[in-house]
Design a protein around this ligand. Sequence first.
Ligand SMILES: [Zn+2]
Ligand SMILES: [Zn+2]
Length: 370
Amino acid sequence: MTESREFCPNCGDPLSVDTTERDYPASASRRERKLCDACYFDRFDLVDAPERIEVRVCAQCGAVYRGRRWVDIGARDYTDVAIEEVSESLGVHVDAEDVSWQVEPEQVDQNTIRMHCYFSGVVRGTLVEEELVVPVRISRQTCTRCGRIAGDYYASIVQVRGVDRTPTPEEEQRAREIANEIVADMEATGDRNAFVTEMDETPDGLNIKVSTNNIGKKISNKLVEEFGGNVSDSETLVTEDEDGNEVYRVTYAVRLPPFTPGDIIDPDDDGGPVLVRSVRGNLKGRRITTGEEYEAQFEDGHAPDTRKLGTVEDGQETTLVTVEDEHAVQVLDPETFRTKTIARPSYMDEDAETVPVFKSRTGLYVVPDA
Ligand SMILES: [Zn+2]
Ligand SMILES: [Zn+2]
C-alpha cells in the first residue's frame, strides 16, 4: 500500500491535507490549487491594475471618450470620471472572497490625478491587503462633433422662401425656433451629431445649415406643417467618405404660400376681396363684402390672378352711421370723413358705434374685429 500524498509542483514540498481539501472558487485554476501556500502567495497579486490611465476629454464641450466613441457626461470636474475609469480597469483576483475596496483621488495638477486604491480580500483563509497607485492623465482634445462645428461642417441646407414674396420676420423667427427645437430634442435623446451649423439671412429668405440630412428634412416638414406651402429636395454630391461611399448634401427648398393668415387679397373674380384665414393645403378665408366663406386651390404653390391688397391690421376704426339694409351700411370714410354706403358683411355687429374698415384702391370694406 502506497500512501497517496500530493506535492507542490513548484517547490516539491508535500501539501498539507488542509490545502488539498479546501474549497476553492470554481474559477481557480488547477495549477494554482496545487501550489503550497508559500508558493501561492509568493506569486499572488490581489489586484490587477494598468500602469497608467489616460482619460480623453473634449476641451470644448466636456464629452469623454469611452469605448470607441465620445459620450456627453455633463461634467466639468473630471475627478469622478477618473475614479470611474480606474475602478472599471481594476481586476480583483478570482480567488479572493469578501473583497472590499476604495479609491482616493489625489489631484496633482489640472491634468494629473494620482488614484490611491486600497483593496482587501480573503484568500486561502488569509486576509490579504493591497495598496497601489494608478496615475490618471486627463488629455484635453477636440471631439468629433466640436471639430465639425469648428470646421463649419454641414450636410444639409434648408432654404426658407416664399412664393412671390419673401418670408415674413415672424416666419423666419419661427423657422429659427423650429431648427433649434428639433436639434435640442435630438440632443436630449443622446444624439451627438445633431447641431445647427449656421443660420444665414439672404435677400430671398433664411438659409439654415444643419449637420444631418434628417434634421433638414424634419425642419422643412415642420415648417410646411405650420405654414403650408411645399418642400422639394435636391442632392449634390460633395465627397466620398473613408469607405468610398458617396456623400450627398441635400438642399430642402421650402416654399411658403404666397399669402399668410390676416392678408386681404383680391381673387379677381368679381366676388370682392377675401380676408385669408388659413393657407395650409389650400387657401381659406371669407369675403369682406358679404362674410361668405371662400376656398381655393393653389396651383403649383401659386395663386394666379390673386393680388394682395393689404392686411387686416391696416383696418381703421370708423363711425358706423347707419345700417341701410341686409346688404348695405353707411360709414364715415376714415380719410375724407364723408358718409359712404358700402357692403355689409354678415360678421358685422349692427349695434356697434364704430367698426374697423379697410380701404384699398378697390373700395372700402368692413373687416372683422382684430
Ligand atoms: Zn510550494
Ligand atoms: Zn466636444
